[in-house]
Design a protein around this ligand. Structure first.
Ligand code: CMP
Length: 138
């Protein structure tokens, strides 16, 4: 197994539903309390075109339209999070995509209320991080 990278970076985006419910502080503080650094933060309401670009890997999936509508339907807060083995560590903290399956103690297990509205997105690989960071911060 490869060595974990001490200062790896990943992207998280707090989705519109969670921003509207006032959960930004709770979510970002979990990464800070875990010893991770927020190296870049931005809030924005995504255009439809930008949301389509961000989720382009899902373009052929049946839920793509609903996902894009939801993601561009309100304010988001995105952050580049840096820390030990950040891609995998953050994904563990985020929990399962289907929020009803997410373990208590994870962000989705504690705070998410659905599948499209599952509180937060986090990059699933270094390659996804590079692509998604460009799309979000463009
Ligand atoms: P996220 O981690 O942001 O990545 C893609 C998103 O698509 C996912 O979270 C869900 O919010 C959404 N989604 C909607 N339907 C599905 C589905 N059937 N399977 C996986 N993801 C889905």
């Amino acid at each position: 197994m490869s060595q974990p990278e001490a200062n790896e970076r990943t992207l998280i985006v707090v989705k519109p539903g969670a921003v509207a419910r006032g959960l930004v502080g709770d979510i970002l503080s979990r990464f800070e309390r875990r010893g991770m650094t927020l190296v870049e933060v931005r809030s924005q309401t995504m255009t439809r075109a930008k949301a389509e670009e961000f989720y382009s890997v899902h373009r052929e999936r049946p839920f793509f339209g609903e996902l894009v509508s939801s993601f561009s339907g309100g304010m988001t807060v995105g952050a580049v999070v840096q820390g030990m083995d950040a891609v995998a560590t953050v994904r563990r903290m985020v929990g399962a995509t289907k929020s009803w399956e997410a373990a208590p103690g994870t962000i989705r297990g504690d705070l998410a209320i659905g599948l499209t509205d599952n509180a937060i997105h986090a990059s699933d690989s270094k390659e996804s991080f590079e692509r998604e960071r460009k799309a979000y911060f463009a």
